[in-house]
Design a protein. Structure first.
Length: 553
């Protein structure tokens, strides 16, 4: 072969090899986590060339450990697309009843912070979070005024304490924005939404427009796409970047990772928890959720490890830290936080079960002594007394005609086992006062009636009310009980005939839809519904739905 031709052939061969190598090097892995609709994933797949992008769906339907499975397979993602509803702080989830898949943010933290999943997120260039509030800057939790009082007790001036409170909220408010930055450390581009995200089909349509405008060339480059932001501008898409080690809040991530890192032994985690508990109580307060979760889990496994038992014993025997913790807990402004801290004190061996109940009784006594209480306090009292161990705490504390004799105070006493207070609350359900009905509703959410005679009496009182929105609300409360009593169902059928209000009829139909209709004659009830129904201006007619159910084979 002629020398010049040989050189030309060799050059072409090298160029061809280099070109093939370039194509291979350009191939990127697009990982998708689809816990709701696949619309966004399909839009990316439709437009990104298969020669350059390989798609890997990380979710394996029906397998709860799908993320761990991806780790074990050695998947390495260049681009990550997460599609799902987002609850604003804890998990991505699906709105489809048949789907059990979800993605806890705790699991993302574990993968990000541990070496149990090397590589999955290590080479990420960009992340797309298709869910509401995924990059919201609103704090999911706020450290409150008890921190100021604690810091002042520890020697800070009031101004210093207030500045420190602001700094703690800025660092530890755990907004979705900050949490995603912590999870996707060092990732140069993270897209998400500051408020409501578009539904899947709308997001897919918007992505189609973006890709048709030459967006394909921007994917996986590790640079912010102004074009993508412009296409989603009406939906509040925003962009940020992962936290780096030089970030002012990097120390917060280090703490989070010590909780999440599954390479650390149980005793090491307990030692870290002990160290956090010994910090200023303001620092302990911001890690309350994580400390409580880990303390419970590690105590459950205490019998399996002498080292864990010893680490727990060191915490339980730390009297100065116990004193600081309980002083802070008793001063907490948020009652739910105070109750959780008492529970955590028991988990850590600082309170016995009897001592925890005594602390709760004192706290609820303080609340009961307030001039004004509301639904939040009622919910708390009923929740704390789910096991009825606080029953009877305030039975003898009622003073007729006093400020504490209103319906809200009675509901608290009813949550704590007072039969007299329960009667008072049930009377509020049939009141013409909307606030009283709301209080009764709040109580019955926690303490639904199980006694048949009480349920019949409640139904009779509701039926005797004048046709009104108050009667509709009361019927809705009755409907939350599974009605199978013949007398109540017959009473409701008569009320359907007698009422002059179509909202009342709709509320009755809603109860019957959920009731045990085997106790009624379907043909007779259908005739009543068809003959006695009132004109309903609403598009969604409960009566029609009930008739269809009754006619179904």
């Amino acid at each position: 072969m002629h020398s010049a031709l040989r050189h030309l052939f060799a050059g072409l061969t090298v160029a061809a090899c280099a070109s093939a190598s370039s194509v291979a090097a350009a191939t990127q892995t697009v990982c998708t986590i689809t816990v709701n609709s696949p619309d966004e994933k399909q839009a990316f797949r439709r437009h990104l060339p298969t020669a350059n992008y390989e798609f890997v769906e990380l979710v394996e339907r029906g397998r709860p450990d799908w993320l761990a499975s991806s780790c074990s397979q050695g998947v390495k993602c260049d681009v990550l697309i997460i599609s799902g509803h987002y609850d604003g702080g804890n998990a991505f989830f699906s709105d489809r009843l048949e789907s059990a898949e979800h993605l806890p943010v705790d699991e993302l933290e574990r993968v990000s912070c541990s070496d149990s999943c090397p590589g999955l997120f290590s080479q990420l260039k960009e992340v797309h979070l298709y869910g509401c509030n995924t990059l919201s800057t609103a704090a999911n939790s706020q450290v409150t005024a008890e921190v100021v009082r604690s810091l002042v007790r520890e020697g800070s001036t009031l101004k210093q304490a207030q500045r420190q409170l602001q700094a703690l909220n800025a660092e530890h408010g755990e907004s979705s924005h900050n949490r995603m930055r912590q999870v996707f450390k060092d990732v140069p581009v993270i897209y998400g939404f500051s408020s409501v995200a578009p539904l899947g089909p709308i997001a897919a349509s918007t992505l189609n427009g973006y890709f048709r405008s030459n967006g394909v060339r921007e994917i996986g480059q590790g640079r912010t796409s102004r074009s993508l932001l412009a296409h989603f501008s009406q939906f509040g898409m925003v962009v940020t970047q992962g936290m780096t080690q030089s970030d002012p809040h990097a120390g917060v991530r280090d703490d989070v990772c010590k909780f999440a890192d599954d390479r650390l032994s149980a005793e090491h985690k307990l030692s870290f928890i002990h160290e956090v508990l010994q910090r200023e109580m303001s620092q302990t307060r911001v890690h309350l959720d994580r400390i409580q979760r880990h303390a419970v889990a590690l105590r459950d496994s205490a019998l399996q490890s002498l080292e864990v038992e010893q680490a727990l014993a060191l915490i339980a025997q730390d009297a100065p830290t116990r004193t600081s913790f309980l002083t802070f807990a008793r001063d907490a402004d948020q009652l739910a936080v105070r109750a959780r801290m008492f529970q955590m004190a028991q988990d850590l061996g600082w309170l016995s079960e009897a001592e925890r109940r005594a602390e709760l009784a004192l706290m609820l006594g303080e609340v009961q002594a307030r001039l004004s209480v509301g639904i939040t306090e009622i919910d708390l009292a009923c929740t704390l007394n789910q096991d009825h161990q606080l029953d009877g705490a305030f039975n003898s504390q009622r003073v007729i005609g006093s400020a504490g004799d209103d319906l809200a105070h009675a509901a608290m006493r009813a949550c704590l086992g007072s039969p007299e207070a329960q009667v008072h609350v049930l009377q509020g359900l049939v009141s013409s006062n909307a606030a009283d009905v709301q209080i009764a509703q709040a109580y019955l959410r926690h303490r639904p009636l199980t006694d048949a005679s009480q349920l019949r009496a409640m139904a009779q009182a509701i039926a005797a009310m004048p046709a009104s929105q108050a009667q509709v609300r009361a019927l809705e409360v009755l409907g939350r009980h599974y009605v199978s009593d013949r007398e109540i169902l017959a009473l409701l059928s008569r009320l359907f005939i007698d009422t002059s209000s179509w909202p009342v009829q709709a509320a009755i139909a809603g109860i019957l839809l959920r009731a045990d209709l085997s106790t009624l004659v379907s043909a007779e009830l259908i005739a009543i519904l068809q003959k006695e129904r009132l004109a309903n201006p609403a598009d969604d007619d409960m009566v029609d739905a009930l008739i269809r159910r009754l006619q179904a084979p």
